[in-house]
Design a protein around this ligand. Structure first.
Ligand SMILES: [Zn+2]
Ligand SMILES: [Zn+2]
Length: 329
C-alpha cells in the first residue's frame, strides 16, 4: 500500500519521508491493538430485518401507507455511505494516526475505563459536530441529506451523507490530541451511529422518565427531525440527551412533529439528495455579484442566510413562534 521508498533515480522528498513516517508508525502501533471489525457492516442484517418488521407493523397495525419510494431512496443513501466509508474510514484513520504520532497528551488505549471515557468524550464531540452541522452551511451541505425525508421511520436513519465522511472527522481531532487511541475513537463513532438507528421510529412513544432524562430517545429525535418552528435546531444529541440540556438546545416533544426540511427538496433521486445543497451553496457563493466577505459568509453562515438581509434563519422562525406564544398568553 505504501510503496514510497525512493528508487535509485529518485531523491527522497518530504512526501516520501512523510509517508514512510506514517506507515511505520501505523505498523508499530497496530501491533499492540486488538482487531476491530467494521461494526456498521455487522449491523446491516439487523437493519434489514428491523426495517422489514417496521414496514409490516406500519401497514398492519397503523393502517398507514408506507412510503416505499422514500424508503428506497434512504436505503440507497445508506448503502452509498457504507461504500464511501470503505475508503474514507481508512483515510481518516491514517490522518488520526499521523496527528496522534505528532502530539498527544495522555495514552488512552483499550482498558475498560477507556471505553467509559470515550463513550462520553465522543458523544460530547458528536453533539458539537451535529450542532455546527445545523449552523454552518459548509457542514449543513452534507448533513442536510439526513433531514431530507418527509417521513420518519427506521429507513430514515439509513439516509446518510455521501460527502460528510471526507471532512467532518475534524471535529474528533481534539480527542486524538488528548490521547484517545485512533481506533478507540473510530469504534465509538460506529457504536454511536448504531445506537442512533433505533430512535428513528414513531412506533415507540415515550420511554420511562429516567431513560428520557439521560438518553437520546425516539421522542427526542423526532423533535430533531421536525420543522415545527419550536423544534428547529433542537436535540442534537447522539447517545446522551444531557448535552442539549446542558447547552440550552433541548426541546421536549409536545406538538406532533412535521418532518423534513423547511423547504423540502421533493426528489427521490439519490445523486440529487446527496449533492443538491452543495450545488445551491456554491451557486450562492460564486454566481452573485457580491464581495469576497459575503461569498465566504454564504459558506460559513447558517442555512437560509442571504447577503441582502432577506434570508430567514431558523432562529428567526423560532423567535416568531415564541412571540406568538407570548401574545396568546
Ligand atoms: Zn441533524
Ligand atoms: Zn436522525
Amino acid at each position: 500500500m505504501f510503496k514510497v521508498v525512493p528508487t535509485q533515480n529518485q531523491t527522497p522528498t518530504t512526501k516520501h519521508f512523510l509517508f514512510m513516517f506514517v506507515s511505520t508508525k501505523i505498523h508499530s502501533i497496530s501491533m499492540q491493538i486488538p482487531e476491530f471489525p467494521n461494526l456498521i457492516h455487522y449491523a446491516i442484517p439487523f437493519f434489514v430485518i428491523t426495517v422489514i418488521l417496521e414496514v409490516l407493523l406500519t401497514v398492519k397495525v397503523k393502517m398507514d401507507n408506507y412510503k416505499y419510494k422514500d424508503a428506497a431512496a434512504s436505503i440507497t443513501m445508506g448503502l452509498g455511505n457504507v461504500a464511501i466509508g470503505l475508503f474514507t474510514k481508512g483515510a481518516v484513520l491514517v490522518v488520526f494516526y499521523f496527528i496522534y504520532n505528532l502530539f498527544h497528551v495522555f495514552e488512552i488505549s483499550f482498558a475498560w475505563w477507556a471505553w467509559i471515557l470515550i463513550l462520553f468524550a465522543e458523544d460530547f464531540m458528536y453533539y458539537w459536530n451535529h450542532r455546527i452541522a445545523h449552523q454552518s452551511r459548509l457542514f449543513w451541505a452534507s448533513h442536510v441529506v439526513h433531514h431530507s425525508s418527509k417521513e420518519y421511520n427506521l429507513s430514515t436513519a439509513l439516509r446518510q451523507t455521501w460527502s460528510g465522511s471526507f471532512y467532518t472527522f475534524i471535529f474528533w481531532i481534539p480527542l486524538v490530541l488528548i490521547g484517545f487511541h485512533p481506533v478507540l475513537i473510530l469504534v465509538q463513532m460506529s457504536i454511536s451511529l448504531i445506537y442512533q438507528y433505533w430512535i428513528h421510529t414513531e412506533m415507540i412513544d415515550k420511554l420511562p422518565k429516567w431513560f428520557e432524562a439521560v438518553f437520546n430517545t425516539p421522542s427526542h429525535h423526532r423533535v430533531h427531525h421536525a420543522t415545527n418552528p419550536q423544534y428547529l435546531d433542537r436535540n442534537h444529541a447522539g447517545i446522551f440527551i444531557i448535552w442539549d440540556k446542558l447547552f440550552g438546545t433541548f426541546e421536549p416533544e409536545v406538538e406532533k412533529p412535521v418532518y423534513g426540511l423547511v423547504k423540502n427538496i421533493e426528489t427521490f433521486n439519490p445523486v440529487k439528495i446527496a449533492f443538491l445543497e452543495w450545488f445551491y451553496m456554491f451557486k450562492d457563493a460564486f454566481t452573485s455579484r457580491i464581495s469576497l466577505v459575503n461569498r465566504i459568509k454564504y459558506v460559513l453562515k447558517p442555512p437560509g442566510w442571504r447577503h441582502d438581509g432577506t434570508g430567514i434563519l431558523s432562529t428567526d422562525m423560532r423567535k416568531e413562534w415564541e412571540e406568538k406564544q407570548q401574545s396568546e398568553m
